[in-house]
Ligand binder design. Sequence first.
Ligand code: ADP
Length: 489
Amino acid sequence: MADYVLVLDEGTTSTRAMLFASDGVFVASAQKELTQHYPREGWVEHDAGEIWEKTLACALEVIPKAGGAACISGIGITNQRETVVAWDKATGEPLTRAIVWQDRRTEPFCIELRAEGHEKDVQKRTGLLLDPYFSGTKMRWMLDNVPEVKAAAEKGTLALGTVDSWLTYKLTGGAHVTDASNASRTLLLELAGAQFDQGLCDLLGVPRSALPEVIDMSGELATSDAALFGSPIPITGMVGDQQAATIGQACLSPGETKATYGTGAFVLTNQGEVIPQSHNRLLGTVLSQIGGKRTYAIEGSVFVAGSLVQWLRDSLGIVDVASQTEELARSIPDSGGVIIVPALAGLGAPHWRAEARGVICGLSFASGKPQLARAALEAMAHQTSDLAKAFSADGTPWGTLRIDGGMAANTWMAQDLANVLNIPVERPDFVETTALGAAMLAAAGSGLYPDLAGAAEAMRGNLKRFEPDMSDDVRSDRLERWRKALAAA
Ligand code: ADP
């Protein structure tokens, strides 16, 4: 019986195939690292051919564990968002390396567009800011700078898309589609628009004819080529990674919020069917589209989270492994006045100060490894607290916060988040919420459940809850010292 779901989780550093049973139990996975290319400062590229080959190899490794393709009811694709792939529809081959979401090369174009006064209108229509992070300016860069891309555009064979599109194209042998959540990260889709917007395409100089069709994220979306896996498997879920994690945390009602602490931190609050308009430099984004009906989210992204712990490990040698920060933090009653502002790559939401740099303040002779480790973990609650204020000011206060991501394994940090935010924090036992969200969409889309709510109900695992336990004085003292340090960043 076809009651397994296959998730293809294409992340920034690796690609995975994961097999889930219909009740959400994780069965098997295969994973391969992806090569990161850094041709110049601020540039980050991936080889789209490698992404496809490694995704296919991972899928081929786990499908037999389900008993073969016929035992899989649907494929769910989830992916690093904003990364752009250009390929030739005539050959099915990439025309150049993919430009990764982290890549900053289009900053001059963004500055130009901002100087021309476009940001306000673009933000209103797309929910996004004119920042190199988003896909549209990356597409334009390829057209301007890669002769093969330009030539394909002239011949009419150019295909542009995010990684969900690229994988679907390869899986199906030619479908050119994207799900609405990925499409909403391009600067080319109006939050209310069904398809890419001609005016926005003209503004950014991207040919609409090269873009995919925008489709639902759950349902009978496409079908894999029979030759790949022995028999065709329907593709029944497609979703950007942060939206997947939000769904995987079952944040399906307005106001429900998740925060993923990985390399960076991404917070999304469900807005229901209301199109978000942030007045506090948060982003508006599509959360889901099923049966043509959309829900939205407000999103705040913090650039540095787990990567601060990595820096303590690799550059300062304060810990050998990331998890040691927990015992160091627990070994002292407080950070001894040490505050770290982790602006190592500028500050993201809600500050958006690209030029800001990191600060460590409050050092004394008593400051050592435990104080620095604790201050690094405390910085996560401080950054999240700034986001909480911005979300509240936008009319979406958080009742509880559901956390996930590699860093959420740190139980001391989870409790500190509850303490500083002064709300309960919940952590699922199964922290792979991105893959689980894609599995829920694929399970609902293939008919294993009547709808997404049913899939989420059945597939969601157990939670651990952290209740706030900090006096108001301690909390306000910490946040006051954070505000002062932030001003110095
Ligand atoms: P990504 O998906 O962005 O690659 P992950 O979700 O795998 O990241 O999280 C990895 C990050 O979490 C690393 O930056 C690592 O430093 C941090 N991390 C992992 N475990 C812990 C821990 N127990 N305490 C603190 N940080 C941790």
